[in-house]
Design a protein around this ligand. Structure first.
Ligand SMILES: *Cc1c(COP(=O)(O)O)cnc(C)c1O
Length: 395
């Protein structure tokens, strides 16, 4: 494919931008995406072990060859049934989806919803157990890329453990951006995906499963079996057989990409990758406040703000999606988006994760938002925003 003509050179380009070469003989040219040999069972198992190491877990890790919604749904349908009493914590759109699946399985669901501009506390979870001591399942999202908050999983895990409930965690947005430690936190089902802070593709995900979660699934007559949603199939046909024979052809591209992103995180050091995300979040928050123009952090307390992405509230009277569209006109490669659904009017998302957890991406977003705000006649201080962002990054 020829390189598209460009009329301007954006200050910030997507770091993965590639130009594919064009050739008359293109059909015979080797291409890294094509003609791949099948992935061996040994390689597949080794990638699972590597993911387990990243999560510091001794639990079984099942790699699921699909977007993270696959293990998220499979884990709920595998463990929940009509005898389940669930506490479903809602701090963003995914919590709402989990409640729907739980109800669909016949579970009794107590929703604990908190405003999207804050995090849930361990005390709120403790109160829910006091009110409904029969709760035996807790579903929680760690960090919400869609709303920009992050929940104190270690503290909540201690409460869940006291009550002996099964603990289900969506760590898709947090893995790579902040510590995710299923064993230390007592998480029975911990779902991750490659597409956020790991900087990988969206087509591969994984779940760690505790012994008691496996037992619950095996005893659950409603758990999916002989189904693409079934985790039990992987247990019976892959894990119990010593992981020597794969039940079906592995998705090589996604598996190789997952291996590559874990390798890259290991090479950089997980702590340094997480520090980069924390710096990007702090810099965006500080930069947006210094920029002015009426822009404010959407998540009110900094301790509740997720390292993976920063959400901002558009100034009163301005439409966030319009502002973002204008900002992206100056540079479409910027990781900016408006909030989803009903949040599109008020929320701006700075998705500074994976390859975008950089000073350049943060500065680019602040500049573009500053320009869009200035066009609306609002007073902004782009230089002050740069200084504040740089100061926060270094801190
Ligand atoms: C991104 C994300 C997912 C994955 O869903 P997508 O629709 O592919 O974005 C799941 N859970 C959380 C909390 C996420 O942030």
């Amino acid at each position: 494919m020829p390189r598209l003509p460009s009329t301007r050179t954006p200050a910030y380009a997507h770091p993965y931008a590639v130009t594919l070469c064009c050739s008359e003989e293109s059909a015979t040219v080797t291409n890294p995406f094509l003609d791949l040999p099948p992935l061996s069972a040994g390689r597949f198992a080794a990638i699972e072990d590597r993911v387990a190491r990243l999560l510091g877990t001794a639990q079984d890790v099942v790699i699921t060859q699909g977007e993270a919604l696959l293990p998220l749904e499979g884990a709920i349908r595998g463990t929940a049934g009509p005898d389940t009493v669930a506490l479903n914590v809602i701090t963003g759109p995914y919590g709402q989806t989990f409640g729907d699946w739980l109800r669909d399985c016949g579970a009794t669901v107590h929703d604990l919803a908190v405003p999207f501009h804050e995090a849930v506390t361990a005390d709120r979870v403790r109160e829910a157990f006091a009110e409904h001591p029969e709760i035996g399942f807790v579903s929680l999202v760690h960090a919400e890329a869609a709303t920009g908050n992050t929940n104190p999983v270690a503290e909540i895990g201690a409460v869940v453990k006291e009550h002996g409930a099964l603990f289900y965690l969506d760590a898709v947005a947090s893995v790579g951006a902040e510590p995710v430690l299923p064993d230390a936190w007592g998480v029975d089902l911990c779902v991750i995906g490659a597409q956020k802070a790991m900087g990988g593709p969206a087509g591969v995900s994984a779940v760690s499963v505790s012994e008691r979660a496996w037992a619950r699934m095996a005893a659950n007559p409603g758990a999916p079996r002989r189904s693409y949603l079934s985790l039990l199939d992987w247990k019976e046909r892959w894990i119990d057989g010593g992981r020597t024979a794969l039940p079906h052809a592995p998705a090589q591209l996604e598996m190789l990409a997952l291996e590559a992103c874990v390798e890259r995180i290991e090479a950089a050091g997980p702590a340094s990758v997480m520090a980069r995300h924390a710096s990007a979040a702090a810099a965006t928050r500080a930069g947006a406040l210094a920029l002015g123009g009426g822009l404010t952090p959407y998540v009110r307390a900094a301790r509740d703000a997720a390292p993976v992405a920063t959400t901002l509230r558009a100034p009163a009277g301005l439409d966030a999606s319009e502002l973002v569209a204008r900002a992206l006109e100056s540079n479409p490669a910027l990781p900016l988006a408006a909030g989803g659904g009903a949040l599109a009017k008020e929320m701006i998302r700075v998705n500074h994760y994976g390859p975008h957890a950089t000073r350049g991406a943060v500065r680019g977003c602040l500049d573009a938002l500053g320009t869009a705000l200035a066009e609306k006649g609002l007073p902004t201080d782009p230089e002050g925003a740069h200084r504040a962002a740089e100061g926060a990054w270094q801190a």
